[in-house]
Design a protein. Structure first.
Ligand code: BJW
Ligand code: ZN
Length: 259
């Protein structure tokens, strides 16, 4: 990441009145939460996440899929927000109209102090019945050994005895309407969108930075790798979120950070 580009992006950030921070799995990578396209380990070694995150996979083998999500819930429960999440919360605290839109199903933005991040793909902590859709309780405790993948039979719904499923959005499923509408609305009204740690491959979420660009917002991207959003971004800051985002906040508002 060039010093100058961070300084320039900091100036753009400081000038913006309406900001959207759009995040993906990469913002949680330095907290020890694997990204979606990282290779799986444990019992799931022979799968890829794209095959597990489907209604078909849950129908065929509910214990495999539920076990995978319980392992992920355990991983997140043991993780701590990193300096990238903290910097996002600092941007929110500093800018009157700042909206955090995340594709992540973890709660690390909330735990870093973000007020009401919009979750486009649901949450690991909101299980519901796969038959009647009623919310179900989060299982007590978390699995002991997050490194060791295990199958786990999903609980049964208290109302209809249907299988309880994770409250996340799988491939082929619609995103929660209110969340998607709020994200599109914020993207179409912002003057700067900061996209962090996403490959930009999964739709309709990947439309969010594109909507902002179409409405003439400046798009700044933070990612150590090239992504499908490189062409959409006006500024590409190549580096890990936990380093680049704090540097960006300092470049915008000085060492004192948020007011
Ligand atoms: C770092 C870093 C560091 C690493 N710092 N960065 C148009 C064209 C083609 C296909 C479609 C289309 N529209 C829809 C589709 C189908 C499909 C889709 O998009 N498929 C594509 C793969 C081609 N979309 C859907 O099916 C969606 N539903 C839908 O369209 O419904 C239609 C419908 C309408 C009405 C009724 C019914 C149906 C649903 C998509 C749901 C996605 N769900 C998942 C799983 C959520 C639950 C879970 O977590 O298990 O969401 S998939 C997965 O991808 C997850 C993520 O949120 C999402 C995005 O991934 P993300 O965050 O970008 O992660 P990675 O791993 O891809 O990238 C990590 C990045 O971090 C990398 O760039 C690294 O370099 C970077 N990085 N370290 C900063 N330290
Ligand atoms: Zn039910």
């Amino acid at each position: 990441m060039g010093e100058r580009s961070v300084r320039d992006a900091g100036t753009l950030l400081a000038q913006a009145r309406r900001i959207v921070v759009f995040t993906g799995a990469g913002v949680s990578a330095e907290s020890g939460v694997p990204t979606f396209r990282d290779a799986l380990t444990g019992l799931w070694r022979s799968f890829d996440a794209q095959r597990l995150a489907t209604p078909e996979a849950f129908r065929e083998d509910p214990a495999l899929v539920w076990g995978w999500y319980e392992w992920r819930r355990a991983t997140v429960a043991r993780a701590r927000p990193n300096a990238g999440h903290v910097a996002v919360a600092a941007i929110e605290a500093r800018v009157a109209h700042a909206v955090v839109v995340t594709q992540n199903v973890d709660d690390l933005h909330e735990r870093a102090g973000s007020v009401a991040p919009i979750h486009l793909h649901g949450s690991l902590s909101a299980p519901r019945c796969s038959a009647c859709a009623r919310p179900a309780p989060v299982p007590d405790g978390v699995p002991d050994e997050p490194g060791d993948g295990r199958r786990a039979a999903p609980p049964r719904c208290a109302h209809c005895a249907g299988l309880v499923r994770p409250g996340v959005v799988w491939f082929g499923e619609a995103l929660p309407t209110a969340a998607l509408e709020a994200a599109v609305q914020a993207a179409s009204a912002c003057d700067l969108l900061l996209t962090v740690g996403t490959s930009g491959l999964v739709y309709p979420a990947a439309e969010i930075p594109r909507v902002a660009a179409r409405f003439a917002a400046t798009v700044v991207q933070v990612n150590p790798e090239e992504t499908a959003l490189d062409a959409v971004a006006d500024v590409n800051l190549r580096g890990p979120a936990a380093q680049v985002l704090p540097a960006l906040v300092r470049a915008a508002w000085g060492d004192a950070g948020p007011a």
